[in-house]
Design a protein around this ligand. Structure first.
Ligand code: ATP
Ligand code: MG
Length: 362
């Protein structure tokens, strides 16, 4: 088997800072676990704009299409706020998602025991929580036509269209069921079939795809009830399948069950490549955090956990992913904290590099 390839795009703000820690982790796997990667690094976002005048160079895009996985830090920052929309840093990320056709966005919400006190909810509601939201990422109301602000009589009307084809629903559903097979064999599909046509179709297609996975228990829930259940009793879920808009809201909601933005990884997956693995981009959920950029304060764990997802979903190294996650669990259990993980009572926080070193030690 050839050496698995990884394209690293640190990006802007705290992106490069947290990525430095991930590089340490990658090097560790090469040295200690005989797991070498063919790593290349390139620019994205504002960093790419500064050098090339575009937020993603064509050569970088081409490389992203070739590699087994892309790992991205974060893009954007106040320096680029005044730029024309077409060259804004975020467009670099959107181009990657679009051209790689990454239709399934995986956002785990996992509560490390050591941080259960940190959740917005009571400890017993979240301790041991481990759920995965699969959000359809390339269609729905964010893209449907017609859209725009139009004149209607003597006032204006803003229009967006929720639109889903069967095949768009089917491929997202399949991603959710495949994932469920590797987890606890439970999928809850969320839509609003009571008021939306797309919801009726969504439920029908999810049910049909589910027939191919007889071992997986499928349930359906209206998305508003889903939001309520997520904060009432989140541990009832394993994999949640939902559309682009509901997924945006539900995954942010689930994120706050776990504590800090600095802890949350994500994966965006597309169609299988020739080697059978899906096209994939991994990134922390957080943004470029301009308020703390350049100060060595950022928590690198979200980005390190994103690499753990890459190990599991792109490189077939589930055991090594678990090894890495266990190391993070142990570090947190030992009381190590970056500033974002500390309550008002304070203490001395670890720097980004110190947290990275602790993970390597563990
Ligand atoms: P974007 O538009 O890029 O999503 P945002 O303003 O929504 O940006 P972030 O850039 O993620 O969100 O920052 C939100 C807040 O969370 C900021 O106060 C930031 O400092 C904090 N934050 C985000 N990521 C981290 C991290 N890895 N470690 C510590 N604090 C973080
Ligand atoms: Mg944001």
């Amino acid at each position: 088997m050839s050496t698995p390839s990884l394209l690293i795009l640190p990006g802007d703000g705290i992106g490069p800072e947290v990525m430095t820690e991930v590089r340490k982790v990658i090097d560790w796997f090469g040295a200690k676990r005989d797991l070498a990667f063919d790593v290349s690094e390139d620019l994205v976002g504002g960093a790419a704009y500064d050098k090339h005048g575009v937020p993603l160079h064509d050569d970088t895009m081409a490389r992203a299409q070739e590699v087994d996985a892309v790992l991205l830090g974060a893009v954007g920052g106040p320096k680029y706020d005044e730029l024309d929309f077409s060259v804004k840093p975020e467009r670099g990320l959107l181009r990657l998602r679009k051209e790689m056709d990454l239709f399934a966005n995986l956002r785990p919400a996992q509560c490390f025991d050591a941080l259960a006190d940190f959740s917005s909810l009571k400890k017993d509601v979240v301790a041991g929580l481990d759920i995965m939201i699969v959000r359809e990422l390339t269609s729905g109301v964010y893209f449907g036509e017609p859209r725009g602000i139009f004149e209607e009589g003597n006032e204006r009307v803003g229009i967006n269209t929720q639109r889903y084809t069967e095949s768009e629903i089917e491929r997202a559903a399949r991603a959710a069921f495949e994932l469920a097979m590797r987890r606890n064999k439970k999928v809850c599909s969320m839509e609003k079939a009571n008021v939306m046509e797309s919801g009726i179709l969504w439920r029908e297609v999810a049910t049909r795809v589910g027939k191919d996975y007889p071992e997986v228990e499928l349930s359906h829930m209206y998305a508003d009830n889903g939001a309520m259940q997520l904060v009432r009793a989140p541990k009832q879920f394993d994999v949640i399948l939902t559309d682009n808009l509901f997924g945006d809201i539900l995954s942010d909601c689930a994120a706050m069950l776990t504590g800090s933005l600095g802890m949350l990884p994500s994966a965006s997956l597309g169609a299988p490549m020739a080697n059978g693995r899906p096209k994939a981009l991994y990134e922390p959920v957080h943004g470029s955090a301009p308020d703390i950029a350049g100060q060595g304060k950022a928590n690198p764990i979200a980005c390190i956990l994103s690499f753990a997802m890459a190990l599991r979903y792109s490189f077939d190294q589930g055991d090594e992913a678990t090894r890495l996650e266990n190391a993070i669990e142990a570090v947190l259990a030992s009381g190590a904290r970056t500033a974002d993980l500390m309550g008002p009572e304070g203490g001395t926080p670890l720097s980004t590099a110190e947290m990275g070193d602790k993970v390597i030690e563990a």
